[in-house]
Ligand binder design. Structure first.
Ligand code: FAD
Length: 416
């Protein structure tokens, strides 16, 4: 069923009785050419681009819970490509370009909103660092502009320009950045992949791997065993646990990260704003709630819930930037389990275990990466070679000391 204004109108006249399920409830087949573990954004996008761009035969996505139950449905929806290091700018720009054409490509309203991402700076040194990042972006053909205090005040008048503990001096802005409705992305990719013949199998947890001559040849699941030509791990916070079942130790730690939503307000914040003197970022959803977040909780956890000290820390960051939000009531908060890599950058690569591939290490920036991660992982699975935009995201870089440390903070997940 194609979605269009005409379909909506026709269904409205029919009392909405004719809508079809967005994707089939597929049952496991005994064998697939490619099995993708994890029905989050990266897994579904990988399946979609595999089916769309490469004729690889039968593809299945195995999801232990339901599509959208993981980080893809838990994030703060920010997309951008405002990176400094060449490996990251190229990859995230590819991803942003894919976002720009996504809704048409998937025939799905993912509410892509390029409302602009403003990184606020609070000191001369930080301004210089942001100018350098903006220049690096522009050299790669990515849009960036540096605003001074008065230019910023004209665009975002409600920040605390007068008494802030960390003075608001200006911002680096990427106007093509913005937000996308997170769970719609999962549903859109699931529907589009299903239409291309991908089996999306929910409530199917992978519990182990089958091997043949040292290479993976299938998976064991709660719904039986399945043979596979290739297997890709796209399981975010469960990456190291699952990789360990195949005998791999990954340079990834799992940490919890929280997000928060306030009661609904009239339109107030029409862009994405990040605080440069702490970790706080905010936007407003179409329902009116202010959606915001901060740092990871800072300890290893597999629980999709967070702790109170971080709630306090994030709210302090918000108050330091825009004291007006202090009068709002927090409506909801939740946590997601993040696959924090040791240099803060992702891994899209083959592993030392034959026929086992890895799409992980997305830290808390993997939502904006979803189209790019799927596109490049599909390329790797189909051709055996990394896509040029993800050529730096090799697993071996940690052993070789060629890390992609965007923030220059070393192997410290809580600082990435
Ligand atoms: C609070 C929060 C805010 C965030 N904000 C942003 C943001 O603003 N911008 C941004 O770019 N990124 C953000 N992120 C990060 C982003 O959401 C993640 O990096 C990205 O979603 C991870 O990829 P994914 O969608 O595939 O993960 P997930 O949706 O978590 O998918 C992994 C899936 O694997 C499944 N799985 C796990 N183990 C198994 C198994 N054994 N068998 C089968 N299935 C299994 C899980 O159930 C899950 O559905 C945020 C994350 C959180 C938690």
């Amino acid at each position: 069923m194609r979605y269009s204004a005409l379909t909506v109108l026709t269904q409205a006249l029919k009392g909405h009785t004719g809508w079809m399920p967005a994707w089939r409830k597929a049952s496991p087949a005994p064998a697939y050419d490619v099995i993708i573990i994890g029905g989050g954004g990266t897994g579904l996008a990988t399946a979609y681009y595999l089916a769309k761009n490469f004729a690889v035969g039968r593809v299945a996505v195995l999801e232990k819970s339901w599509v959208g139950s993981g980080n893809i449905g838990r994030n703060t929806t920010i997309v951008r490509s405002n990176y400094l290091l060449p490996e990251n700018v190229a990859f995230y720009e590819l991803s942003l370009k894919l976002w720009e054409g996504l809704e048409r490509d998937l025939n799905y309203n993912a509410m892509v909103s390029q409302r602009g991402v403003f990184n606020i700076y609070h000191s001369d040194a930080q301004r210089d660092a942001y100018a350098r990042r903006g220049n690096a972006m522009r050299l790669h053909g990515v849009d960036a502009a540096l605003l001074d205090r008065e230019q910023l005040r004209r665009e975002i008048p409600f920040l605390d320009y007068e008494t802030a503990r960390f003075p608001v001096l200006g911002a680096l802005v990427q106007r093509r950045g913005g937000t996308v409705r997170h769970d719609a992305v999962a549903w859109g990719y699931a529907r589009a992949a299903d239409r291309l013949g991908v089996d999306i199998i929910e409530n199917c947890e992978v519990t182990g791997f089958m091997f043949e001559n040292g290479a993976v040849c299938g998976v064991e699941t709660t719904r039986g065993t399945m043979k596979a030509g290739k297997v890709a791990l796209c399981v975010a916070g469960a990456s190291s646990v699952l990789a360990a079942k195949a005998g791999l130790r990954l340079p990834i730690e799992t940490h919890v990260m929280q997000a928060f939503v306030t009661e609904g307000l009239k339109p107030l914040i029409d862009n994405v704003i990040t605080f440069g003197a702490g970790h706080f970022y905010i936007s407003q959803s179409d329902k009116g709630g202010l959606v915001f977040g901060g740092d990871i909780d800072g300890y290893n956890s597999y629980a999709q819930r967070g702790n109170l000290p971080v709630v306090e820390d994030v709210c302090e960051g918000g108050m330091a930037l825009m004291p007006m939000i202090g009068r709002l009531r927090l409506l909801r908060s939740w946590g997601g389990v993040m696959d924090m890599s040791m240099d803060g950058s992702p891994i899209i690569d083959a592993t030392p275990v034959g026929r086992l591939f890895l799409n992980a290490g997305w830290c808390y920036g993997g939502f904006k990466a979803v189209p790019g991660a799927g596109f490049c992982c599909a390329h790797l699975l189909a051709t055996g070679a990394p896509h040029e935009a993800a050529a730096g995201y090799r697993l071996g870089r940690f052993a070789e000391g060629r890390v992609i440390d965007e923030k220059g903070v070393g192997a410290q997940p809580n600082l990435h």
